[in-house]
Design a protein around this ligand. Structure first.
Ligand SMILES: *Cc1c(COP(=O)(O)O)cnc(C)c1O
Length: 384
């Protein structure tokens, strides 16, 4: 089976992990800071905090902007569960705004309507959480204007989008946001096996996230409330967690990010090749928004017509042909857990009709031309 996504591991990666494993500190050593510096430099952010997953990064980013009971976030229904779940874990509430039918990203008009609805109801939206679906950045200028008008913060879920660009900036530069989170799960652009990071240009948010990932504690002399206690001394300032990244993960992540430009180039070439291979098929290839460069985490095709049953037939024929296609995403509001919270079928019609017709084709840096031709042939057969 050709998977829809897979890591690329080199001998340099293996050597970096082995070196970390043989070193004095296999957690809480220098490699995590090294990886953080490499990420911050690559995306042009002032600060970076690495953690054990993007889910953890979302959680501490939300906590760092004081998201809590009585607060509300608005995100896209076309995302992985974690974007919404992490807000619920803070005790906050979650709402969604529908997506654009072409880019599958948050639709600015739908977002404006939801914000207005909550304003009229007297509910303050604490944060907007755009998700850069498939690696293609959202329209951040439009979203930022809405956030400003409504006094909302912005946390970008860029789990798909390290290496992507919006205008003159890399995603992660926080040009329009308080923090940006990344995932290093093996199917994403670069991997640390499990892992995530949050970047920010706000020193207070950075410090809060660094404390939250490690029990809410600090040892830094300039932060201690009680001075001069001794070399053993640490202080807890807030209620935190253990979301630390290990040295093994950081070694792998640092080795991977040193090759990120080449990895993205491979994905761009694969996307271009798919566009050409599928041009005469009755499918809608990914729409490329102007002024943005996708990181191409996913290559998502949409069937122009038909219902969920047709998509299922095409999907199953491709799986039977050894192509590990996937579907991104089941709209979060349709999960039983979220329907128990009051969401219902029909709440976000564009996300729902998109879900019925999309299929993610295999997309990863090591996908060969031969494999890609097999995918295109299988899709051609499956459509007939
Ligand atoms: C993968 C993903 C996450 C969670 O990432 P983990 O590192 O697996 O916790 C969050 N949001 C989106 C959009 C994702 O795709």
């Amino acid at each position: 089976m050709i998977p829809y996504g897979r890591q690329t591991i080199t001998e340099e990666d293996e050597a970096a992990v082995l070196e970390a494993l043989r070193s004095e500190l296999i957690t809480q050593g220098p490699r995590v800071a090294g990886f953080e510096n490499a990420i911050a430099k690559k995306v042009g952010a002032d600060h970076c905090v690495c953690v054990n997953s993007a889910t953890s990064a979302l959680h501490i980013a939300y906590l760092a902007i004081d998201l809590g009971p009585g607060d509300l976030i608005i995100t896209s229904p076309n995302t992985f569960l974690a974007t919404a779940n992490a807000a619920l874990l803070c005790g906050a509430d979650v709402d969604f705004a529908d997506i654009d039918p072409d880019t599958f990203n948050l639709d600015a008009k739908a977002l404006a309507e939801r914000l207005e609805l909550h304003r009229r109801a007297g509910r303050r939206v604490k944060a907007i959480v755009p998700v850069h679906f498939a690696g293609q950045p959202c329209d951040m200028a439009e979203i930022a204007a809405l956030a400003q008008a409504h006094g909302a913060r912005i946390i970008e879920d860029a789990a798909h989008a390290i290496g992507a660009r919006y205008g003159d900036h890399a995603v992660g530069a926080c040009t329009h946001s308080d923090a940006v989170i990344f995932s290093f799960h093996p199917v994403k652009i670069i991997t640390s096996a499990e892992g995530g990071a949050a970047t920010t240009n706000n020193a207070e948010i950075a410090l809060a996230m660094a404390k939250l990932r490690s029990h809410g504690q600090t040892r830094a002399a300039d932060e201690l409330i009680r001075k001069d206690q001794g070399a053993w001394y640490y202080e807890q300032h807030v209620l935190g967690l253990n979301y630390r990244m290990t040295e093994l993960q950081a070694a792998l992540g640092a080795s991977q990010i040193s090759r990120i430009d080449a990895l993205i180039q491979r994905r761009v070439a694969i996307a271009d090749r798919y566009d050409a291979m599928l041009a005469d098929l009755d499918v809608i290839c990914p729409v490329r928004a102007p002024g943005r460069a996708s990181a191409w985490h996913l290559y998502v095709i949409k069937l122009p017509s038909g219902d969920a049953a047709r998509r299922r037939r095409v999907f199953e024929r491709m799986r039977a042909a050894g192509i590990g296609v996937q579907v991104h995403y089941i709209p979060v509001h349709l999960q039983p857990y979220y329907m128990d919270r009051g969401f219902k079928v029909g709440d976000y019609p564009v996300a729902e009709s998109t879900y019925d017709r999309v299929i993610s084709l295999p997309m990863f840096a090591d996908l060969t031309l031969d494999e890609q031709e097999r995918v295109a042939r299988a899709l051609r057969d499956a459509l007939n």
